[in-house]
Design a protein around this ligand. Structure first.
Ligand SMILES: [Zn+2]
Length: 253
């Protein structure tokens, strides 16, 4: 079992990061920690070096903060990313968020920044780990134009069934589902008809815990796997095996 998206580098875990990782190691095969900006990417790399062969880093720039990103910072993030390409398993999280960002000009800026990271993923043939909210179809239209991105992941997919169908037309595109499945009826309905071959699992820790006050952690990905098995009427072992194999293939771990 693999948590393909979380943020255990965040200060929320400063007091007990070790315990959280020990609990994860007990049940999971690997954890992917996603950077959300230059400083965060550095932290994620450090953490992955401390827990080699269990924690894997991806470098990105979060779309919601990308609207405040300066030209210099973006350049720095790009060059740092390219310097460390061999050590990271994906480029992300990057993307577009229409839920938090309503302003047209800011959305345009988000997209421009997103495109710079897509170009890198395409040029260096790295998997693209996307945060896309309320604009899934738009993002799909964009990435479909690129031929050399080996894998595309919609982290915490919340788009329509129609867009999901289009995503499933690509063997190398994946939708990642989180612990949110345990309580979100729209997600439960959505995953009913999604092929296991296109599914990854994640927690997005510290977010998306069972209650708003709670702090999520990677080991909880077990609950997402169980929920998928329940909804799709399959055994947990099958869901675990297929989704773990998917993640191993996408991130080459
Ligand atoms: Zn995230």
């Amino acid at each position: 079992m693999i948590d393909t998206h979380c943020h255990i580098d965040f200060e929320e875990y400063d007091k007990d990061r070790n315990e959280i990782i020990t609990r994860a190691k007990d049940k999971l095969d690997a954890v992917i920690v996603s950077g959300i900006g230059y400083e965060s990417n550095k932290g994620v790399l450090e953490l992955s070096n401390e827990y080699k062969n269990f924690i894997y880093p991806s470098f990105g720039y979060h779309p919601v903060s990308s609207q405040k990103c300066s030209e210099e910072e973006l350049k720095l993030t790009h060059s740092h990313l390219i310097e460390n390409l061999d050590d990271i398993v994906a480029i992300g999280e990057v993307g577009m968020d229409y839920y938090y960002v309503k302003d047209k000009a800011l959305r345009e800026k988000q997209k421009e920044i997103f495109l710079t990271f897509i170009d890198i993923a395409n040029e260096y043939e790295k998997p693209l780990l996307m945060h896309v909210r309320d604009c899934e179809k738009k993002a799909l239209n964009i990435v479909e134009e690129y031929d050399n991105i080996p894998y595309v992941v919609f982290h915490c997919y919340s788009g329509s069934k129609k867009t999901a169908k289009r995503i499933m037309n690509h063997d190398n595109y994946f939708m990642s589902f989180s612990t949110m499945l345990c309580y979100s009826e729209p997600h439960q309905e959505l995953i009913r008809n999604i092929s296991l071959d296109n599914i990854l699992t994640e927690t997005d820790s510290p977010y998306l815990a069972m209650t708003k006050e709670e702090r999520n952690e990677p080991v909880n990905v077990v609950n997402a796997v169980k929920k998928i098995a329940e909804i799709q009427n399959k055994d947990v072992e099958t869901v675990d095996r297929v989704t773990t194999d998917n993640a191993r293939k996408v991130f080459e771990i």
